[in-house]
Design a protein around this ligand. Sequence first.
Ligand code: GAP
Length: 540
Amino acid sequence: MDGNSRISQTASDSTKVSDLDPHMPISIFWRLMTAKASSDGLMEEIVGLCKRRGFIFPSSEIYGGYNGFYDYGPLGVELRNNIKQTWWRDMVQRRDDIEGLDSTIIMHPDIWKASGHVDGFSDPMVDCRESKLRYRADQLFFAPVIVAGETIGYVSMVECPEQQEIAEKAAADIKRKAAKQGTLDPIVLKDYTESKPEEYDLIPSPATGKPGSLTAPREFKLMFETKVGPLADESAVAYLRPETAQGIFANYKNIVDTGRVKIPFGIAQIGKAFRNEITPRNFIFRSREFEQMEIEFFISPNADWKTLHREWIDTCIDWLVSIGLPREGITEDIHPEDKLAFYSQATTDLMFQFPHGEQELWGIACRGDYDLMQHQKHSGKSMTIFDETSKEKYVPHVIEPSLGVDRTLLAVLTAAYTIDEVPNDKGKVEQRTLLKFSPKVAPVKAAIFPLLKNKPELVERAQGLYKKLQRRWNVFYDASGAIGRRYRRQDEIGTPFGITIDFDTIEKDGTVTLRDRDTCEQRRVTEDELFQFLEEQIDG
Ligand code: GAP
């Protein structure tokens, strides 16, 4: 889970400790490591392609960008919309037991008091007074360097997979420089939330490598505040929602009272969420404005929640695979019982192999009746439902599959990004970059090409087909350049199908050439076959 019960992030990269100078001060050492990690191959290539081809731009780029915010360009908005539409279609429209909702971003502030966000939605952070850098305290690790029972210094670093190894090397360095005799105690790393007040001035800042500049850990509120109405005092304070889920709980009673729902049933919502993340990073993986696709699935308190939870996990995995993620890239992270929030029965995160490492993509939590009970208590409105089957009245329990749109988009881009080798028009083998998007989410579904742009009969026929296809799907018409180059341009943006109108089309049987992006295979099909094929591939 992200948010106040989130697991710590682990930066993963392929830099070998042995690649770097072992005598380097640990802070510089770590800065180099992270610099390498953030510019690490695949992520850099994906970010570059997204910018070059109009998928994603840094927000406010003409003013130097704005950390943690991203804009989606012409292809990005199509990809994003397709992900959301496919999710909505599969989770809401094609199911009889889920209803949709679109609640406001700003809601009554009491909702966030009831949900626990006002008091609890925060991350512990620590500032370096000298560098002005801010760290999440649970991502900053430190250890005392103890020789023969005497503490001779401290090592510190931002969390990374090799932290133990790095810390041990740094500690050995400190011992050598201090010319201390005796045995070095084992290095036991702790995160900064476990530091004692007397240690704050002894732990070096990862930014400067020197002690004395780190503050005590402080709770950093993640909700963005705003003011609603003409008054500028505390009574006007409201929040930009940090999750869409509370809008669902707040409307649960409306839907029960007005809909045809019966237990078990779900309410789904797609919408923006905002979190003032201390360390937004890894492109759109962790940003400050993002979008969520959430379901609250209400079940009887007597239901076999473990089985239902498992069914939801499987449904979520199947859906990810259906939009093109490789099954082997998805793993399950089951939260240990002693790490669960007090109200939570179980949480499993679906993890995906992102360019920066294996990270949470989809959280599937069993939250009991905590949220509804909180709203019942704070609002004074009953949240009970009458179960027609068991003839009982109760406050239902809930299973919550919660997925980020932007994280899904990054996963889809990661899975789709491919470099292979194919022959060009002249038969010479060339490297090509392509995005192997599933036709369901591909921003452009097909490209229509007249073989030659100076033959009016070909152009007219191609334009006619383009207009017909355009009524139904987002398609692209391209008449300029050699056909091979036109294919390549579409491969790079992930258009799954190329349709070429040639002389056989106009002079013989009306068939067109249908090219597959991934295999480059071409076959002739009639217009009817083409429409049927596209329908199956895109809408199936
Ligand atoms: N209602 C439960 C909830 O919000 P969460 O684990 O904090 O749980 C759910 O968030 C999902 O939202 C995450 O699995 C992730 O996909 C996405 N998400 C959370 N914080 C995000 C951020 N700062 N940037 C992008 N996506 C985020």
